[in-house]
Design a protein around this ligand. Structure first.
Ligand code: ADP
Ligand code: MG
Length: 365
C-alpha cells in the first residue's frame, strides 16, 4: 500500500514556535522500503510518528495523509494497520517470546480475533521466519539484544500490517548484529511485500537498506533519491557532506590553477576564492606530483584493515587533515608509512555554490 503525505507540518507547543517539521510532501510507493536519514533533531521521528498516527500534524497548513486511496489523516493509530518497531525493544518482560508475538492477536476484538489454533500457527510461522522458534518459551531477558529485536519484528508483523514503521530499530545493537538484522529486514520486506519506512541517522544503514532515501535536516527534506543517485548527484552541500567523508581544498584561482600555500591544482574555474570537496576514494597517492596537481602531503596514519587502506594525510597548507582510501596494490607499491611524503592526485572533485543551490558537475582534474 502506498503512502502519500501532502503538506504535513508539525509545531510542538504554541503556534508560532519554530516548526519541528516544515510542510512536507512525500510519496512512498507500495512495497517500497524507504529510509528517513538525517542528523539528530532533523524531524525523522516526528515524521514517522505522524505517519503512524501517534502524533497529530499541524492544522495549518491542513495537510493530508493517504494510505492507498484511503484518507487516514483523522484515522486513529489503532485503525491504520501499521506495524511498529522501536529502538528499545519494548517487549513485555513478564511474557514469553511466544506470548509477546501473539499479544496483538489475542487482544483483538472478539469478532476479528483468530482462533487460538490459528494464533498458535501464525506465531510459530513468524518465529520460524525470524529463526527464533526454539526460543518461543523463553523470556525477553534470556535473549540477546539482536534476538529481542527479531522478536519485536515478528510481533510487529503478527497483525499482517501493510505498513511497517521502524524508528532506529538497530540503533542499540553492536555493528555485527546490526548488519545481520539489516539483511533480515530486507529479506522479510521483500518476502512479505509490505511498505516500510525506517528512521536512521546512519548513512551506511540507509544507503544499504533503502530503495530510496529521504535525507532530512532541520525539519526539511533535502533530497529524495535512490542510494546510488544520492551518492552520485547530491542536490546540495548538506547531502554531500552528510553521506560520507569529505576532504576540503580551499584556495585562490588564478591563471587556470587553484593555489593554496605551496599546493597547486589545475582547474577550469572562474578566478577568485574557491572551495573544492573530494571524497577519500576520489584521489590517488603518488610518489611524485603530476603536471596538473602538486599537492604534497605527509602521511600521519595508515589503517591497512579491510578492503581498502585508509591513509590520513596532513599538510601545512591544509586546515584539516585529509583521508584517502587506496587499494592494497597501491599501498604495497608505494610502501606507505607514517611520516612519508606523498602527492595527492585528485581524479574528480565537487563544488557547491552557496547553501541550498544545486551542485556543479564534478570535473576531471
Ligand atoms: P529526529 O528523530 O530526527 O532526531 P525529532 O523528530 O525527534 O528528530 O525532533 C525534531 C525536533 O522536534 C527537535 O528539535 C526536537 O527537539 C523537537 N521535538 C521532538 N519531539 C518533541 C516533543 N514531544 N515536544 C517538543 N519538541 C519535540
Ligand atoms: Mg528520532
Amino acid at each position: 500500500m502506498g503512502i502519500r503525505l501532502s503538506q504535513i507540518a508539525k509545531t510542538y507547543g504554541r503556534p508560532g514556535t519554530p516548526r519541528a517539521l516544515e510542510p512536507i510532501d512525500l510519496e512512498i510507493a507500495s512495497g517500497e522500503l524507504v529510509g528517513l536519514l538525517g542528523p539528530s533533531g532533523s524531524g525523522k521521528t516526528t515524521l514517522l510518528r505522524i505517519i503512524a498516527g501517534l502524533e497529530q500534524a499541524d492544522r495549518d497548513p491542513a495537510g493530508t495523509i493517504h494510505f492507498g486511496s484511503r484518507d487516514v489523516t483523522e484515522v486513529h493509530v489503532r485503525d491504520r494497520r501499521i506495524g511498529f518497531v522501536f529502538q528499545h525493544y519494548a517487549l513485555f518482560k513478564h511474557m514469553t517470546v511466544f506470548d509477546n508475538v501473539a499479544f496483538g492477536l489475542t487482544v483483538q476484538p472478539r469478532g476479528q480475533r483468530p482462533s487460538s489454533g490459528e494464533i498458535r500457527a501464525r506465531v510459530h510461522q513468524l518465529l520460524e521466519m525470524v529463526q527464533l522458534e526454539r526460543f518461543a518459551q523463553r523470556y525477553p531477558a534470556e535473549l540477546s539484544g539482536g534476538q529481542q529485536q527479531r522478536v519485536s519484528l515478528a510481533r510487529a508483523l503478527a497483525l499482517r500490517p501493510e505498513v511497517l514503521l521502524l524508528d532506529e530499530p538497530f540503533g542499540a545493537l553492536d555493528a555485527k548484529v546490526r548488519q545481520d538484522l539489516r539483511r533480515w529486514l530486507r529479506h522479510l520486506h521483500d518476502e512479505l511485500n509490505f511498505t516500510s519506512v525506517f528512521v536512521t541517522h546512519d548513512q551506511e544503514e540507509a544507503l544499504e537498506l533503502s530503495d530510496r532515501v529521504v535525507v532530512m535536516s532541520d525539519g526539511r527534506i533535502e533530497q529524495i533519491d535512490a542510494p546510488a543517485a544520492l551518492y552520485r548527484a547530491p542536490a546540495n552541500r548538506f547531502v554531500f557532506e552528510f553521506l560520507g567523508d569529505v576532504n576540503r581544498l580551499e584556495g585562490e584561482v588564478r591563471d587556470g590553477a587553484l593555489t593554496c600555500g605551496e599546493a597547486r591544482l589545475a582547474v577550469d574555474l572562474p578566478e577568485g576564492p574557491q572551495e573544492l570537496l573530494l571524497r577519500p576514494h576520489e584521489l590517488s597517492l603518488e610518489a611524485a606530483p603530476s603536471a596538473a596537481a602538486h599537492l604534497p602531503m605527509t602521511v600521519t596514519a595508515v589503517v591497512p584493515v579491510g578492503a581498502e587502506v585508509r591513509v590520513e594525510l596532513a599538510a601545512d597548507w591544509l586546515a584539516e587533515p585529509w583521508l584517502a582510501t587506496i587499494g592494497h596494490g597501491d599501498f604495497e607499491r608505494l610502501d606507505v608509512r607514517r611520516g612519508q611524503r606523498l602527492y595527492a592526485l585528485p581524479q574528480r572533485w565537487h563544488r557547491f555554490a552557496a547553501e541550498g543551490r544545486p551542485a556543479t558537475q564534478p570535473s576531471l582534474a
